[in-house]
Design a protein around this ligand. Structure first.
Ligand SMILES: Nc1nc2c(ncn2[C@@H]2O[C@H](COP(=O)(O)OP(=O)(O)OP(=O)(O)O)[C@@H](O)[C@H]2O)c(=O)[nH]1
Ligand SMILES: [Mg+2]
Ligand SMILES: [Zn+2]
Length: 301
């Protein structure tokens, strides 16, 4: 039988069968021994082959199909072992808010670079617009202009009031979508609003406005009409992938098209003469905000 892994907490794996049924599974021992790089040899989003014992109804995963892509998180920056958050993603959505807890543009850009590093298309969802002040509405408009010009669609929604969910719902349809972002940004609340009836636990915003890591395991939720959303635990920062410095410019889509026109092939777009990226910055084709993020990410890598 073929299935899709929708939840995996240690040794308990939940698989959605092709007929829509749900099957609890274990993983055949050989996978654990073979995969020493990851703490979880099977991940959410994996397409698997399984056998079900007709007597006890126990499922056994016997094969994991090759992954189109996957994103990982390392336990620490230096650790050799990593955890696969999800595999076979069609699209990644960063859920942010300009209210509490405010997401910085530095964090947004690191996420977008990471997604580009994995070749996963990404978008930004600005949540909690019900509590934006006039200033925040204006800030949203400014950021939307910058990010959409860079090639990243932006959505403004309120999970609480159910505002502007229609556009978002239509782009999620039929795809495997990742929802990521800081704890407290409203990832789980937004999934509840998109798919009523799921009743995913959400956090209480009280004294600790930073969010309290309500979601502790990633889980894939089915949306009616087709498609899935992977809810993930909140992330503090991004150290998800190690990039060679020379790979970073291509992860800024709005810079990418200028790269062939730099005078030097190994241009770092910082100080070199005849740099097409700096020229694009001067004429406003690359925004100062995004260029600053580029410098900061280049500096850290
Ligand atoms: N005002 C307002 N509050 C919201 C909105 N969406 C979510 N919240 C509140 O924000 C808090 C956090 O929401 P969650 O959905 O638990 O956040 P999360 O991103 O899933 O957080 P973790 O699971 O910890 O990563 C809850 O108290 C929600 O009620 C919104 O659109 N407007
Ligand atoms: Mg959550
Ligand atoms: Zn250059």
């Amino acid at each position: 039988m073929e299935g899709l892994v929708i939840k995996s907490t240690g040794s308990r794996i939940t698989v959605r069968l092709e007929n829509g049924g749900i099957q609890d599974c274990r993983l055949k021992g050989q996978f654990r021994i073979r995969d020493i790089k990851h703490t979880n040899p099977v991940a959410i989003g994996d397409r698997v082959v399984l056998e079900v014992d007709p007597r006890h109804g126990d499922g056994l995963i016997t094969k994991i199909h090759p992954r189109d892509n996957y994103i990982i998180r390392k336990a620490t920056k230096l650790s050799k072992v990593s955890h696969i958050i999800a595999a076979n993603l069609d699209h990644a959505y960063l859920i942010v808010t300009l209210a509490e807890p405010r997401t910085s543009t530095g964090f947004i850009d690191r996420f977008l670079v990471t997604a580009a590093g994995y070749y996963i298309p990404a978008s930004l969802v600005f949540n909690k617009i019900d509590i934006y002040t006039k200033e925040l509405d204006t800030l949203f408009e400014e950021l939307k202009e910058i990010y959409e010009a860079a090639g990243y669609p932006c959505y403004a929604v309120s999970a609480l009031k159910g505002t502007n969910l229609k556009g978002l719902k239509s782009v999620l349809k039929g795809k495997i979508n990742l929802f990521a972002g800081h704890s407290g940004a409203g990832k789980s609340a937004l999934i509840n609003a998109i798919q009523p009836g799921l009743d995913i636990r959400t956090g209480k915003m009280g004294v600790h406005l930073k969010g309290m890591h309500t979601t502790t395991f990633a889980e894939m939720h089915e949306i009616s009409g087709g498609g899935f959303i992977v809810d993930t635990p909140g992330i503090r920062e991004f150290g998800l992938i190690h990039f060679e410095q020379s790979e970073i410019p291509r992860c800024f889509p709005e810079m990418e098209k200028f790269l062939p026109y730099c005078q030097y092939q190994d241009c770092t777009h910082t100080h070199e003469p005849g740099c097409a990226v700096k020229n694009a910055l001067e004429i406003g084709a690359v925004s100062q905000l995004r260029y600053n993020s580029y410098l900061s990410i280049l500096n850290d890598s």
